[in-house]
Design a protein. Structure first.
Length: 427
């Protein structure tokens, strides 16, 4: 990796300044010589890319900075490719949120029917990126993806291609930061097990100690993401599932309450994000602005630049660090298949990513992970092949859906609403 080139696909995202800040703070340990910012929306790319360039120059970066709408140009010679695409933009997200509500189902960007439809749109696009990387990128290139739903996309890329790829999310790093604040130290070991947005911290042990603190921390150290409505968990629930859950599990634990919140909300989360992004983009366009504005924290991407850039740094520097990532299981979680992508603690270095063995879990975790993984496998099959049968089966096996009389008409309406992005389903 003598020459380091970073490519950001979907660089018109309002998240980009968060990611670029991570590069700026690590410019010595990750000595990139070129940054390429790529997006199909030229107007947004100009605004967001302009701020990104000012950020990098203010940090002392003297290398090349390229803005382009040409994916091949962006991938040519790339060492690290960071993907944050949103196929269909916010209009598609809002559709994903609102159509399920008509059928009494939760509409959410990554969970349930909304996440399913986003996966159908996004998987083919990221698979195309992965295949182009094999032809155009550096021989040792890595794809680091945080396009949602991150776990399903990782399942697709790592089973359908041989591209070196990491699925990333900021959920784990935020949960661990909360634990650090709660127990007053960063010197602790932990076990983390699950799928993306379906995960648990099952063990927390202070360095030099032996007591698992999870039971005491459950309900106190949870991190509520900006895009997940906060819900307090009853003590009985915390006793039944004695781990620290990611905030997305509230959609499974308290489905009726979350559905009611969605139904009563004046605006969907996507509609809120449209208003927030309008304000952010207006600030980004200011030629005197050279750092991310505080308002970006409301967008929900806290610490994801830390997560993304630190993983690249661990690979480049061959650090052998531990990070929570979406990676191939390969025996780490004994009740999942070797080829399944799971979200667990992994060791990361020059040779790649190795999922570390997990030993703490219970029957609830086993059952939920296996059911949702079946949904993910079927969703990949549907996305890759335009397979309506697999699509319907995916919805029927998902714990949040399951009912044919609801799933079948909902699927047809959502497919039709996304016809422009799903040519394989309409051939």
């Amino acid at each position: 990796m003598a020459k380091l080139k970073a490519t950001i696909i979907g660089a018109g995202s309002t998240y980009t300044p968060e990611l670029v800040e991570g590069f700026a703070t690590r410019k010595d340990s990750l000595p990139f010589t070129e940054f390429v910012l790529m997006d199909i929306d030229e107007a947004r790319l100009k605004v967001v890319g302009g701020l990104a360039e000012r950020q990098m120059r203010a940090a002392g970066f003297t290398g090349g900075i390229v803005l382009t709408t040409d994916l091949n140009r962006a991938l040519d010679g790339a060492t690290f490719v960071f993907s944050q695409v949103r196929v269909g933009k916010m209009a598609a997200r809002i559709s994903d949120e609102k159509i399920p509500l008509k059928y009494g189902q939760i509409g959410q960007e990554t969970t349930g029917a909304g996440g399913f439809m986003k996966a159908l749109r996004t998987v083919p696009v990221i698979l195309d990126v992965a295949e182009r990387m094999k032809r155009l990128a550096a021989d040792d290139a890595w794809l680091i993806n945080f396009s949602n739903p991150s776990g399903i996309i990782a399942q697709a890329v790592l089973t359908e291609t041989d591209t070196k790829m990491i699925g990333l999310c900021n959920c784990a790093i935020n949960m661990l930061k909360e634990i650090e604040k709660t127990i007053g130290t960063k010197d602790f070991d932990y076990e983390y097990v699950g799928l993306n947005h379906l995960s648990f911290i099952t063990s927390v042990v202070k360095k030099g100690g032996s007591e698992n603190l999870v039971a005491a921390l459950s309900g106190k150290a949870g991190q509520t993401m900006k895009n997940v409505p906060a819900i307090d968990y009853d003590p009985a629930l915390l006793r039944a599932i004695p781990y620290i859950p990611s905030s997305y599990l509230s959609y499974f634990y308290t489905r009726s309450r979350q559905l009611e919140k969605c139904m009563k909300a004046e605006r969907s989360r996507g509609e809120e994000c449209v208003l927030l992004e309008e304000s952010l983009l207006a600030q980004y366009a200011d030629p005197n602005l050279s750092k991310k504005p505080p308002e970006l924290a409301q967008r929900g991407g806290a610490l994801y630049s830390t997560a993304a850039v630190s993983v690249a740094e661990a690979i480049y520097g061959d650090k052998g660090e531990e990070h929570v990532l979406a990676a191939k299981n390969e025996g780490a979680v004994p009740f999942m298949r070797d080829g399944d992508v799971v979200e667990v603690k992994c060791r990361v270095g020059k040779e790649g990513v190795k999922a570390l063995p997990v030993s703490v879990y219970n029957e609830y975790v086993i059952g939920l992970m296996q059911a949702v993984k079946s949904y993910e496998r079927l969703t990949v099959q549907a996305a890759v092949n335009g397979d309506r049968g697999a699509a319907l089966a995916a919805l029927l096996v998902h714990p949040l859906i399951g009912d044919y009389d609801t799933a079948a008409p909902m699927l047809e309406e959502m497919l039709e609403a996304n016809r422009a992005y799903l040519p394989r389903f309409f051939e």
